[in-house]
Design a protein around this ligand. Structure first.
Ligand SMILES: [Fe+2]
Length: 158
């Protein structure tokens, strides 16, 4: 919830649900291709191992747009006003695993894991999180999903 407060959310309106979690044990040489998690609002990874060097396979986040791109297409190319090699203009951001590090990011953000170039396994736990209105709010605002306890399953269609 602290992460959401930093982003400006009124957390008094929200419940944060752990939708799923799974362990990840990455063997030397193993990588994960670019993907995102369309079923969730937030994704997270908690690193159990890692020394901060990135050798064991950094998390590569691909923002939808460069963070300094005020208008799509403004930032790079065609003699644009922002240097192509500025760090905020990078097409991705790498996060080096470090034991005890928790990384939270929007679940819709494409991400990948670079190859584990260490001699040992990298261990982490990944999470998908879902935001909803509080269970006590029977009339949530339109932009916020009702609490899952208020959902009505329609059953099998066959
Ligand atoms: Fe993922």
């Amino acid at each position: 919830m602290a992460y959401l407060r930093v982003l400006g959310f009124d957390t008094d309106q929200l419940e944060l649900h752990l939708q799923r979690a799974w362990p990840v044990v990455s063997e030397p040489g193993q990588a994960v291709g670019r993907h995102h998690h369309p079923n969730a609002h937030l994704s997270a990874v908690y690193y159990i191992t890692g020394d901060g060097s990135g050798r064991c396979g950094s998390l590569r986040l691909f923002p939808h747009r460069q963070v300094n791109e005020l208008v799509p297409g403004l930032a790079v190319g065609h003699g644009g006003p922002i240097s192509a090699d500025h760090p905020l203009n990078a097409p991705w951001q790498d996060v080096a695993p470090q034991a005890g590090l928790l990384v939270l990011f929007p679940a819709a953000t494409d991400h990948a894991v670079l190859p584990n170039e260490d001699d040992e396994r990298r261990c982490s736990v990944s999470f998908d999180l879902f935001l909803s209105a509080r269970a006590s709010n029977s009339r949530p605002p339109e932009f916020l999903a009702p609490h899952p306890g208020a959902w009505t399953p329609l059953g099998p269609t066959a």
